[in-house]
Design a protein around this ligand. Structure first.
Ligand code: GDP
Ligand code: IMO
Ligand code: MG
Length: 441
């Protein structure tokens, strides 16, 4: 059997999963997304050229590697195929514009539920109604689409090719949600016929790509191919294990790689947990180590140097110190085998660097993070301080070339997380990487 490596974000997303997946694809014969939707924004920089992907696996930028969208993903066909009327760019065309062939290499699961325009409308109407208490979603309709999946009323990719069934399913779904949109949120309804016509047009575009993804992956593994599973979001945004309700609506943790593709859990050989050398969060919700030290502070410095602005929404990301308590829980939730520490270079100029090694709740030191947002809001981080290195690590690709204090910081990260660091990233480009242990070895 081939080897399966699962890449997951071990914080609140945007850890650099896209870069890592692109990097590892040179040793993979298949790359698969297993959860989330076009709320994800994965940025790849190859020889200085930047590409941002939302739904198509980051393996697409390496010639040859087949890419899969598993059943666990919620699929926006407007996003994949584009829709000029709605001002939506096609991600297929975005990739093609870089010169990469995609249509012959991308396979989409028949079982993936669709994200429809009405889901985005509901998502946005809810956020508006929540006011200050909003989740800070991406507004793409991800939550409502997953709700429909669990409510057993989703329209799935396979339904697109049975016209009567499609119209009936879509009709039921839209009647239900239009009732809520108009009566509860006092908003305009979404047009059924337009949605149906659009779906029928997209269905023709993706028809050659629709496949039994589970069977394809089984064949790959049987043949001895290496398979890369690309997570989206991060463990602390997991619907079960994250800072609920300030989470996304899928299982972002490694178990999702099995359920979201149909590959059984014993086939997953190695889990690579991606963390930044610090922490960020976009959207609302608790963030114990957040730096709220004003426009001249370290938080703003990290945001500027790290270019910490959302890929999907361009919102500024909240920045803070590395949180080992949350990381330890994530590492267990995901069975993390090895860590990737990204964006080490962003800390280059700092005089001192902090790591959160414990939490206090009501004056008591607690070993484990609280469950859910309410408890999380109340914890006080316990920090230890390490000296910075105040020299450039940007682009360094050999561990020996790192300044001593940077190595000391990484060593400390390994100690407090009790996990080996497999890869260190020192810049956005593929080349800006130190590989200590290759997960496919
Ligand atoms: P993802 O959602 O986990 O794929 O991460 P994003 O792409 O949303 O955000 C990570 C950002 O950091 C992207 O703009 C990357 O190009 C960039 N990046 C990744 N690794 C590094 C690194 O080691 N150093 C620097 N400076 N930037 C990095
Ligand atoms: P990648 O894959 C960071 C956040 C949103 C919001 C919450 C719920 O690039 O790491 P949703 O639209 O999913 O219902 O929003 O989750 N969020 C992300 N934050 N990176 C992401 O993806 C995210 N996808 C969703 O900001 O707080
Ligand atoms: Mg991102």
């Amino acid at each position: 059997m081939g080897k399966s490596v699962v890449v997951i974000g071990a914080q609140w997303g945007d850890e650099g999963k896209g870069k890592v997946v692109d990097l590892l694809t040179d040793r993979a014969q298949a790359v698969v997304r297993f959860q989330g939707g076009h709320n994800a924004g994965h940025t790849l920089v190859i020889k200085g050229k930047k590409t941002a992907l939302n739904l198509i696996p980051s393996g697409v930028m390496r010639e040859g590697a087949p890419c899969y969208i598993g059943n666990g993903v919620v699929l926006s066909l407007a996003h994949i195929c584009g829709n000029p009327r709605l001002g939506i760019k096609s991600e297929l065309e975005t990739v093609e514009a870089t010169g990469m062939e995609v249509r012959s290499r991308l396979k989409i699961s028949e079982a993936a539920p669709l994200v429809l325009p009405i889901h985005a409308r509901l998502d946005q109407a809810r956020e508006k109604a929540r006011g200050e208490a909003k989740i800070g979603t991406t507004g793409k309709g991800i939550g409502p689409a997953y709700e429909d999946k669990v409510a057993r009323r989703a329209v799935r990719v396979g339904d697109l090719y049975q016209r009567d069934l499609l119209a009936a399913k879509l009709g039921e779904l839209m009647a239900y949600h239009n009732f809520v949109l108009t009566h509860y949120y006092k908003e305009a309804p979404e047009d059924f016929q337009q949605t149906l016509d659009d779906l029928l047009a997209y269905a023709e575009v993706i028809k050659p790509m629709v496949a039994d993804v589970t069977e394809h992956l089984r064949q790959h593994l049987k043949r001895g191919d290496n398979v890369l599973f690309e997570g989206a979001q991060g463990a602390l945004l997991d619907i079960d294990h994250g800072t609920y309700p300030f989470v996304t609506s899928s299982n972002t943790t490694a178990g999702g790689a099995a359920t979201g593709t149909g590959v059984g859990p014993r086939e997953l050989d190695y889990v690579l947990g991606i963390v930044k050398a610090y922490a960020t969060r976009v959207g609302s919700g608790p963030f114990p180590t957040e730096l709220e030290d004003g426009p001249e502070g370290i938080g703003a410095h990290i945001r500027k140097v790290g270019d910490e602005f959302g890929t999907v929404t361009r919102r500024p990301r909240r920045c803070g110190w590395f949180d080992a308590v949350a990381a330890r829980r994530s590492i267990f939730n995901n069975s993390v085998s090895g860590l990737v520490v990204t964006k080490l270079d962003v800390l280059d100029e700092l005089e001192t660097i902090r790591i959160c090694t414990g939490y206090k709740l009501d004056g008591q030191v607690i070993e484990n993070p609280p469950i859910g947002a309410e408890g999380f809001e109340k914890v006080e981080p316990i920090f230890e301080e390490l000296p910075g290195w105040q020299s450039s690590t940007f682009g360094i690709s050999r561990y020996e070339d790192l300044p001593e204090n940077a190595r000391r910081y990484l060593k400390r990260m390994e100690e407090v997380t009790e996990t080996e660091i497999a890869i260190v990233s020192t810049g956005p480009d593929r080349e800006h990487t130190i590989v200590l242990h290759h997960p496919f070895d």
